[in-house]
Ligand binder design. Structure first.
Ligand code: ADP
Ligand code: MG
Length: 254
């Protein structure tokens, strides 16, 4: 049985998509079969994996609002053992359209359950909000990875996120766990980065991954080439740290 991990934080620009793409692809390099599910209307995980959104007719939207079978939406990326259920622009309306749908929180869960046997890991890239799209991800997931950017106000908003996780556990998905907390975009030259790291560790304790993602130019460049870092710049620091993260995630799931 595969494990479904949602990558979440309602703040934008904190490394969710970068982590979704690169954790997923690093896991494939360690021998796993992985599916990325893009539920952010911005579709950055979709384009970051080299898929042209303009050519797509269907997307995760069809899981959420139509009765489309999830198997029909899977795209094989050009990277081995790495599949994608993409996001298209119409997903932007889904949050509002879902409100009137019966069992709206379970739409994604019901469809992804069918795919659990096919993959070792299913990684859901969440949008920067705590609306119904993220709720669908948390309801479908076995666990959450929270990405925290090593910047001012890093902890701001985390109370809301943790509350949302708690409410989801209570009413929608009692098996949801906290997989881990990932510090991202650390600039080790600044005291600020070190301070934030300390603060987050004080708050989340052993849940914080020992792998910390530094700021790395190759990580910022690789999405525009439609490639995960390990394919774009395999010898870069960015590729190394995401491989380390994948090893850490795997070791906790053995
Ligand atoms: P989110 O999905 O949370 O909005 P992203 O993963 O898209 O965040 O990251 C926001 C921006 O920062 C993107 O342009 C991305 O390429 C860049 N970025 C993410 N992680 C790093 C990193 N470790 N080093 C440098 N740039 C990064
Ligand atoms: Mg994103």
């Amino acid at each position: 049985m595969g494990k479904i991990i949602a990558i979440a934080n309602q703040k934008g620009g904190v490394g969710k998509t970068t982590t979704s793409i690169n954790l997923a692809s690093s896991l494939t390099h360690l021998g796993d079969n992985v599916l990325v599910v893009d539920i952010d209307p911005q579709g950055n995980a979709t384009t970051g994996l080299g898929v042209n959104r303009g050519e797509l007719k269907r997307s995760v939207y069809d899981i959420l609002l139509e009765e489309t079978n999830s198997e029909e939406l899977i795209i094989n990326t050009s990277f081995e053992n790495l599949d994608l259920i993409p996001a298209t622009m119409d997903l932007a309306g889904a949050e509002v359209q879902l409100v009137g749908v019966e069992k709206r929180e379970y739409r994604l869960a019901n469809q992804l359950r069918k795919l659990k046997d096919k993959y070792d890991y299913i990684i859901i890239d969440c949008p920067p909000s705590l609306g119904l799209l993220t709720i669908n991800a948390l309801t479908a997931a076995d666990s959450v990875i929270i990405t925290v950017q090593c910047e001012y106000y890093a902890l701001e908003g985390l109370t809301q996120l943790l509350n949302t996780i708690r409410i989801t556990q209570k009413y929608l998905n009692k098996n949801l766990g906290l997989e881990g907390v990932l510090l991202t975009m650390l600039d080790a030259r600044t005291n600020l980065g070190i301070e934030v790291t300390k603060e987050v560790k004080m708050f989340f304790k052993e849940k914080v991954y020992s792998t910390i993602i530094p700021r790395n130019i190759h990580l910022a460049e690789s999405p525009s080439h439609g490639k995960p870092i390990i394919e774009y710049a395999p010898t870069s620091k960015g590729a190394k740290v995401y491989l380390d993260l994948a090893k850490e995630v795997k070791s906790q799931n053995e």
